[in-house]
Design a protein around this ligand. Structure first.
Ligand SMILES: [Zn+2]
Length: 106
C-alpha cells in the first residue's frame, strides 16, 4: 500500500475574519475591537455551567474571548479545538495544562 496523502485534521486553507468584541459571557477583559484573520488553530471552545459549548477565539492583544457563530465553523475545526474556561468555573479543573494556560487570561 502506498500513502498518497497523510491525513490531517487541519484545514490549511480555512480562515475567517472576525472582530474582537468580547461577545460571549462575563470575563475580566474589555474587548479592543481589532479585526483578526483566524485559522483553525485559533479557535477555542468554552462550556457554560449547563455544559453548553460555545466556540470563539481569544484576542492576542487584549485576551478577550469572543464567541463565533457555530455555523460559520467547519466540523473539523470544532472537533479539534482546545477548550478554555474562566478561572474558577466548574470545568476549569478538567482542562489540560495547555488549555489552562489559555484560560488563565479569561
Ligand atoms: Zn481584543
Amino acid at each position: 500500500m502506498e500513502l498518497i496523502e497523510k491525513g490531517n485534521y487541519k484545514l490549511p486553507d480555512w480562515s475567517m475574519e472576525a472582530r474582537c468584541t468580547g461577545k460571549g459571557w462575563e470575563q475580566k477583559q474589555k474587548p479592543c475591537y481589532s479585526k483578526w484573520k483566524l485559522e483553525d488553530g485559533d479557535i477555542v471552545k468554552r462550556k457554560n455551567s449547563d455544559g453548553e459549548v460555545y466556540y470563539g477565539f481569544i484576542c492576542p492583544d487584549c485576551h478577550c474571548f469572543t464567541q463565533l457563530e457555530e455555523k460559520e465553523l467547519p466540523t473539523n475545526v470544532k472537533e479539534y479545538c482546545l477548550q478554555v474556561a474562566a478561572k474558577g468555573s466548574n470545568h476549569y479543573v478538567t482542562l489540560t495544562e495547555e488549555e489552562k494556560k489559555l484560560s488563565e487570561v479569561l
